[in-house]
Design a protein around this ligand. Structure first.
Ligand SMILES: Cc1cc2nc3c(=O)[nH]c(=O)nc-3n(C[C@H](O)[C@H](O)[C@H](O)COP(=O)(O)OP(=O)(O)OC[C@H]3O[C@@H](n4cnc5c(N)ncnc54)[C@H](O)[C@@H]3O)c2cc1C
Length: 491
């Protein structure tokens, strides 16, 4: 049995802690804030509840596995999950609306009806190639710890049967333009990259696994919001004997005789450990990736029956939006936004009210005085900047939520500056998931750190950001500590 100290109580760290305690280790988690869950939080006011971090669950199998392995219980004994169908409705700049039903035949029919004959087949053919990417890279990229070995190359080009792009690794934008033959279908594909904070003009073709994963494994609402999942994982930790110490920042990880030997807390207390699992963002100053701006809208009047849970309202001008987000050209250019209208009685005071949230991927926060940032940033502490952005998001939401202004009771805003406070990631940046062929900038920290006795977990560790990937990092770190540094994943 090892003494393990875990830094941070983000979802990935808690997943690792629960597994380690189940394997018999003595685990203590030190969390600097007064609550657990990191970026997985909720705002509750006047009977309304909104997710302020991620609001949908992908790859629920990761969390099913956690609850089975740490207590032989189904995830569904702890949280109620409902799959979105359609997974999303896309509203394009020309006003066309296309739902994405979960069945393959429904999907083809809806895309043909919305975008013209052949659109459905082109999209599903792309998903077939994306499936091959998933099959080829899932194990080395997601299920094995990151080692010194070169990451898998992007298998997508070899799957293409034609065209010049077969000979080199195309970007996602090139795949979209070349294979989908319609700017709206291209916008559909690119929107998955943007939602994860990736620039489709530079993201590898393997980014096609993101829509593949959503179409194949679904997008799920956790009843009560994602915070209910964080609550369940926290409870599981406590049941397994993990000690979670809140309001206690870790200041340092001392090394003795070449080995991490514990942590030093902010008050100077030294805590000895055989293994230190670090769930913090390792980047100082700026971190690679983009952030999220979310506007929470408390509305009078009930949610209309049949209203889509998720609508993606595409940017009126794709080039301007991408330049604003990634090139620093005009940070407040009207972005693509996601409008969520959950059908969940626990998120509203009664049936005569509706909770709507509107999210966009935005540049991370940095005070206007910050100089030399290698990435485009915005000063999200500036009220005028926030107000202008809220206007843009509300205007986009107004295209799919009728009478939005008339129904508005109040609104609240969750900015990248808030996310920075909650997670400690500079700028409130959200880490991206691991992708084959992605630039090294997006390679997350190896789970086994160069210093013996030290490990990295969470979205800033392999295999990257998002609740599912962070949950996988917890499994990888638990495997490495329990089985030894040569462990290469469960077979
Ligand atoms: C606003 C927002 C929106 C998001 N939306 C999405 C989305 O739509 N889709 C998606 O896939 N992902 C999204 N994410 C990312 C997702 O929430 C995370 O990748 C996932 O929850 C995993 O988080 P984590 O384990 O890395 O921990 P984090 O959530 O990053 O938490 C890290 C924890 O470490 C603690 N900590 C930091 N420093 C110290 C210290 N010195 N001592 C002790 N504790 C410390 C922090 O207080 C925090 O609790 C979003 C994140 C945010 C913030």
């Amino acid at each position: 049995m090892a003494r393990v100290v875990v830094i941070g109580a983000g979802l990935g760290a808690l997943a690792g802690a629960a597994r380690l305690a189940t394997a018999g280790h003595r685990v203590t988690v030190y969390e600097r804030s007064r609550t657990y869950g990191g970026g997985v939080r909720a705002l509750t006011r006047d009977g309304f509840t909104f997710d302020t971090g991620p609001a949908l669950l992908h790859l629920p199998a990761v969390w099913r596995d956690l609850f089975l392995k740490t207590g032989r219980e189904p995830l569904e004994s702890h949280v109620t999950l409902r799959q979105l169908d359609p997974g999303a409705v896309h509203r394009f700049a020309d006003g066309t609306e296309v739902p994405l039903p979960v069945t393959r035949s429904g999907l083809i029919g809806a895309l043909d009806a919305g975008l013209g004959a052949g659109a459905g087949r082109r999209w599903t053919d792309l998903l077939v190639r994306a499936r091959a990417v998933w099959d080829a890279t899932r194990r080395p990229l997601l299920e094995e710890p990151l080692t010194d070995a070169p990451p898998p190359t992007d298998p997508y080009p070899a799957l293409r049967r034609r065209g010049l792009l077969r000979r080199r690794v195309p970007t996602l934008a090139e795949v979209a333009a070349d294979e989908l033959a319609d700017p709206r279908a291209a916008a559909l594909l690119e929107s998955y990259a943007v939602a994860y904070g990736l620039d489709p003009r530079t993201a590898p073709a393997s980014t096609t696994v993101l829509p593949y994963v959503e179409h194949t494994f679904g997008s799920w609402r956790v009843a009560g919001g994602m915070r209910a999942l964080a609550d369940a994982v926290y409870r599981r930790c406590v049941e397994r004997g993990v000690e979670v110490v809140l309001g206690t920042p870790v200041a340092d990880v001392p090394v003795r005789a070449g080995r991490a030997c514990g942590v030093v807390l902010a008050d100077g207390t030294e805590v000895a450990a055989d293994a230190v699992v670090d769930g913090r963002c390792p980047h100082a100053g700026t971190a690679p990736g983009r952030a999220r701006l979310t506007v929470l809208l408390a509305l009078r009047g009930g949610r209309p029956p049949g209203a889509p849970h998720r609508t993606v309202v595409h940017a009126p001008d794709r080039d301007v939006a991408l330049a604003g987000l990634f090139d620093g050209a005009r940070p407040l250019a009207a972005p693509t936004v996601t409008v969520l209208r959950p059908d969940d009685a626990s998120s509203v005071p009664d049936a005569e009210h509706e909770a709507v949230s509107v999210t966009a991927t935005v540049p991370p926060h940095a005070p206007a005085t910050a100089a030399g940032a290698p990435y485009t940033t915005t000063d999200w502490s500036d009220p005028a900047t926030v107000a202008a952005a809220v206007e843009q998001l509300a205007a986009a939401a107004g295209t799919v939520v009728p009478e939005l202004a008339e129904r508005l009771l109040w609104h609240a805003v969750h900015t990248p500056a808030d996310a920075e406070r909650e997670t400690g990631a500079p700028g409130g940046t959200v880490p991206v998931p691991a992708l084959a062929g992605a630039p090294d900038t997006y390679r997350q920290a190896p789970n086994l750190a160069p210093t013996p006795g030290r490990y990295a977990v969470g979205g800033w560790a392999h295999p990257g950001g998002g609740p599912a990937h962070a949950g996988m990092s917890g499994a990888l770190v638990a495997g490495l500590i329990t089985e030894g540094p040569h462990w290469r994943g469960s077979s």
